[in-house]
Design a binder for this molecule. Structure first.
Ligand code: MD3
Ligand code: FE
Length: 203
């Protein structure tokens, strides 16, 4: 379903087996060094979703090769199979070929975690962002490119869903106002919600 030009939602894109494989990989990536961390914003705020990065480390509001705001160690490599996965996601939705994907940002949400309305503008490339969700269902709020307020569209993202953001949607405001605790598939064995975004740095 195209919810805006270049913004395509594909429910159940990942089979239960592929969801389990991706979760297993995320659990490995979350371990130190350069593992899961709490993100602090320059204004003194704290993000409620905790994060781990692959390929490039994102710290508000730039990228580095080391975990500047974590334990200071080199960021884990971005595996080629994640690029293959991103290429398949883009081919299945927008159809256009793209450059190689080299950044993964993985966000872990518990039932109280949120993500405020923001734009992702720290990458130099305008290649589509690929988003994969695991675990609990959330409300994803897709806004507009002009303001962080209305008009916006609320969409529920569930375990296994794919969302691709290209074209004019690439710079739209978006956020996660709500996570529904305990709604993920029981057999996955994940408490909370996990979101993997795959990006092209252009660096
Ligand atoms: C639209 N993550 O990592 S996924 C983020 O569920 C982020 O963790 C949310 O916003 C999450 O930056 C939302 C959907 C998403 C991800 C990246 C986008 C939407 C996007 C980049 C550009 C436009
Ligand atoms: Fe974002």
């Amino acid at each position: 379903t195209e919810i805006a030009p270049g913004a395509v939602h594909v429910p159940d894109w990942l089979s239960p087996d592929r969801q389990r494989d991706l979760l297993t990989a995320c659990r490995e990536w979350a371990r130190p060094p350069a593992g899961l961390r709490t993100v602090r914003t320059p204004g003194g705020g704290t993000m409620t979703a905790r994060q781990v990065c692959l390929g490039w480390h994102w710290y508000p509001y730039a990228y580095s090769r080391t975990t500047t705001d974590g334990d200071g160690t080199p960021v884990k490599p971005f595996p080629t199979w994640l690029d293959d996965l991103a290429q398949r996601a883009v081919t299945d939705t927008l159809g256009a070929p793209t450059a190689s994907y080299d950044i993964a940002l993985i966000n872990f949400y518990d039932g109280d975690a949120r993500m405020g309305m923001h734009r992702d503008a720290d990458e130099r490339s305008d290649a589509p962002v690929v988003s994969l969700s695991l675990g609990d269902t959330c409300v994803f709020r897709f806004g507009n490119t002009q303001t962080r307020t209305r008009p916006y569209t609320d969409v529920e993202l569930r375990s296994g869903d794919l969302f691709v953001f290209g074209g004019s949607s690439r710079l739209a405001y978006h956020g996660v106002p709500r996570v529904y605790e305990g709604t993920g598939p029981g057999e996955l064995g994940l408490m909370g919600r996990l979101n993997v975004t795959l990006r092209v740095s252009g660096f």
